[in-house]
Write a protein that binds this ligand. Sequence first.
Ligand SMILES: NC(=O)c1ccc[n+]([C@@H]2O[C@H](COP(=O)([O-])OP(=O)(O)OC[C@H]3O[C@@H](n4cnc5c(N)ncnc54)[C@H](OP(=O)(O)O)[C@@H]3O)[C@@H](O)[C@H]2O)c1
Length: 348
Amino acid sequence: MLKVAILGGSGYTGSELLRLLLSHPEVKVTAITSERLAGLPVSDVFLHFRNTDLRFEPLKASELEKKADLFLLCLPHKASQETAAFFHDKGKKVIDLSADYRLKSSRVYEKWYKTPHHFKNLLKKAVYGLPELHREKIRKASIVANPGCYPTSVLLGLAPVMKKEFIDSDSIIIDSKSGTSGAGRSPAQPFMFCEVDESIKAYGIAVHRHTPEIEQELSALAGTKLNVIFTPHLVPMDRGILSTIYVRLKNKVSLSAIRSMYRDYYQDEAFVRILNNGVYPVTKAVKGSNYCDISLFLDKRSGKGHTLIVVSAIDNLIKGASGAAIQNMNILYGFDETTGLTALPLSL
Ligand SMILES: NC(=O)c1ccc[n+]([C@@H]2O[C@H](COP(=O)([O-])OP(=O)(O)OC[C@H]3O[C@@H](n4cnc5c(N)ncnc54)[C@H](OP(=O)(O)O)[C@@H]3O)[C@@H](O)[C@H]2O)c1
């Protein structure tokens, strides 16, 4: 059995990881951390975890080192940097769910996250953990940077058409909506029930930190450096992301030809579902699952070329975080990639 430690296990992504890993046949969770709840049984804090005798413990790296082979970091950015480096130096594998190792350039990281990066060499080694794009590199990685939730919905939505000959690469506009769990479990006024309920708002316009991550990966796919316009919204749901993405096509192509491109691109992918003509993705249909649902539309009235409109839906806590981490773990250790991730969406 693979011994796994979840660091930051009291948060949304950490507790979803525990929920999924408790029924993973190849894994034993041997440690789970929380500073706030250290010493408490997990089953006392989270009533849905009746079948575990794990206790939260503080994140003391030197004590945790002996307890596990793989460290899943569900910590805020900044807190992850040093923790990831510690376990990596000890020869352990690390999957980091924070943004600390996602951006290849420390300069870009420092600009957007407004904090220094102290482990530039490790940053170079980290593999961006979107399996559908980087599976072979993930297989050999010692540190995997699990993608952000918004970037996952966007990159999967655009990857099949990201060729500079096919699209106008400077025309990409992304409008995304997320439930409040995307902001983590720590209490903050903008995410309180009365602030969020019955309301919707845009935020982070032109400054959201997922922008450089989206641009890094789309530029690599397109073979040219590009910028995107990205506007996220907060909507009154617990979980789920819906992204609507607009991109101008260089030439007129039929929708059925584009859908065939997508189906070919993702034909071997277990978790990407290309919906039939006219079917709109909904967050409820992926809730609690590792699926990304994608649908394609064509606006033929917009200028010389057509505009492709891609709509994608994921669960931010599963395909956008903990499910992706398990998919990466399965790849790293040679387990079937779908192990522990086959549950159907909750739907309601
Ligand atoms: N939420 C999402 O949809 C999502 C999606 C993709 C990626 N992510 C990323 O994944 C990471 C975790 O997100 P989350 O939503 O699970 O956050 P969260 O709910 O706020 O949980 C954060 C966890 O980190 C622990 N923690 C905080 N500061 C710490 C420190 N300095 N040292 C040790 N432990 C510390 C907290 O423990 P205590 O119990 O002591 O507070 C808690 O267990 C973040 O980097 C986030 O950006 C989140």
